[in-house]
Design a protein around this ligand. Structure first.
Ligand code: PLP
Length: 448
């Protein structure tokens, strides 16, 4: 199982076969120790450049005839390990790390869409993504057609020959209604349109690529990094989309690319050994959009993401079991009007929750406190253990009252349409002892 990289020296990486369990792959995948120092922790390679062995070596690497590194905007050894471990986590063929979740979404879509094209997206999205799709992409000439995700056929109806991808969040933040990945993925496969799933809220507990999505991506700033220390993103290609069979829809993937010596990305990936060549979708993204826009992670950010990833399989079940217990507590509380939690939904929602997350219900809760906007404010002000922040996915429990913060400037009607009521509270449930979380939320509810 160990690969010896030096004669009689210790192994520096693990053989990828036989496949490791996810819990093991995030600790051991692609790296065992540094060949120079034998250090067991993945080093932070703070190097912008990489020496070439010769002129021929340099031009082979630049022209993608040979695997190798040119410059840290495009690739870095610390980031490589992170990418390979996330690939194992999601069961994909390759990954590309970015400087933020927003950058991951931007690159994934711009990789296949240009002015005049459109994408179809679930209407249930994080607010920042709605801004990106509805405003910024609109200004770039890329139209987003938002559809109600509860009916998978809406995706088919909204698509035409200029539709380049479908986009959705596996567990939308803050709607919390699980996206029908299996049903929409089957229609996407039938029409030859890639389904891209933002899996930020449910790494490990939802595996979109196994359920029928073609590409998955994350804001690693949340659960994946897990400690609220580092902004980052990552895109993982499942390797299941047949770009060649749908070449008319994807000229950017199949026609010669003038910006890279008339390269054809499908051919280039086929001929390039190693992780960079494993996905034509990501090979193109790395060598065009990452090259031109440059939203790469720093090696230090990648190191912190590697640290977070190592304990993700321990943290996610704990986030979810704490969330389930807190949701049950809130449901029975007299000051709580309503609790949104995936396993509390109707038959269809519960079925989708089970399809996507098995026995888990996810790590977040939204609830409605009696007494409207003032009660919401008082509840937040009384919290002692739980932090009042707009972030999610920290190891610590976090609370937000959207009506007085993120949605304060949104007109009331629009705010209500988005599901944000006067007394709506969002809780990103942490991994503290559940009794301490409940005690703090209980005392805050008593005085609200
Ligand atoms: N996707 C989802 C579901 C999010 O919740 C967020 C941020 O909250 C993002 C993407 C954007 O990620 P980042 O803040 O890392 O840019």
């Amino acid at each position: 199982m160990l690969i010896k990289s030096q004669k009689n020296g210790p192994a520096t990486r693990l053989n990828p076969t036989p496949a490791l369990h996810v819990e093991t792959a995030v600790l051991h995948g692609s790296y065992r120790c540094d060949p120079a120092t034998l250090a067991t922790t993945v080093p932070i390679y703070l190097s912008n450049a990489y020496a070439f062995e010769s002129i021929e070596h340099a031009s082979d690497v630049f022209d993608l005839r040979r695997e190798g590194r040119t410059y840290s905007r495009l690739m870095n050894p610390t980031t490589d390990i992170f990418e390979q471990r996330v690939t194992a986590l999601e069961g994909g063929v390759a990954a590309l790390a970015t400087s933020s979740g927003q950058a991951a979404i931007m690159l994934a879509i711009l990789n296949i869409a240009v002015a005049g094209d459109n994408i179809v997206s679930s209407a249930h999205l994080y607010g920042g993504t709605i801004n990106l799709l509805a405003s910024t992409f609109q200004r770039l000439g890329i139209e987003t057609r938002f559809v109600d995700p509860s009916d998978p056929e809406r995706f088919r109806e909204a698509s035409d020959r200029r539709t380049r991808c479908w986009f959705a969040e596996a567990l939308p933040n803050p709607k919390l209604s699980p996206f029908p990945i299996v049903e929409v993925g089957a229609i996407a496969h039938e029409l030859g349109i890639p389904l891209i799933i933002d899996n930020t809220m449910t790494p490990l507990i939802t595996r979109p690529l196994e359920l029928g999505a073609h590409v998955t991506l994350h804001s690693t700033s949340k659960y994946m990094c897990g400690h609220g220390t580092t902004i980052g993103g990552v895109i993982v290609d499942g390797g299941t989309f047949d770009w060649a069979a749908h070449s008319e829809r994807f000229p950017l993937m199949t026609c010669p690319d003038i910006s890279h010596g008339n390269i054809r990305w499908l051919d280039a990936a086929r001929d390039l050994p190693g992780p960079y060549g494993a996905s034509p979708f990501l090979l193109k993204m790395r060598n065009t959009l990452m090259r031109d826009f440059g939203p790469c992670p720093s090696p230090f950010a990648s190191f912190l993401c590697i640290q977070g990833l190592e304990t993700l399989p321990l943290r996610m079940p704990r986030h979810c079991s704490n969330a389930r217990q807190l949701a049950e507590y809130l449901k029975a509380h007299p000051s709580v009007l309503d609790v949104t939690y995936p396993t509390f939904g109707g038959t269809v929602e519960r079925h989708r929750a089970e399809q996507n997350m098995g026995n888990d219900g996810g790590p977040m809760i939204v609830f409605e406190i009696a007494g409207g906007i003032d009660a919401g404010r008082r509840f937040i002000e009384r919290l002692q253990l739980v932090y009042h922040v707009s972030n999610i996915g920290d190891a610590r429990t976090l609370a937000t009252h959207p009506a007085s913060t993120t949605h304060a400037s949104v007109p009331r009607e629009a705010r209500l349409a988005a599901g944000v009521h006067d007394g709506t509270i969002r809780i990103s449930v942490g991994i503290e002892h559940i009794e301490d979380i409940i005690a703090d939320i209980g005392q805050a509810l008593e005085g609200a």
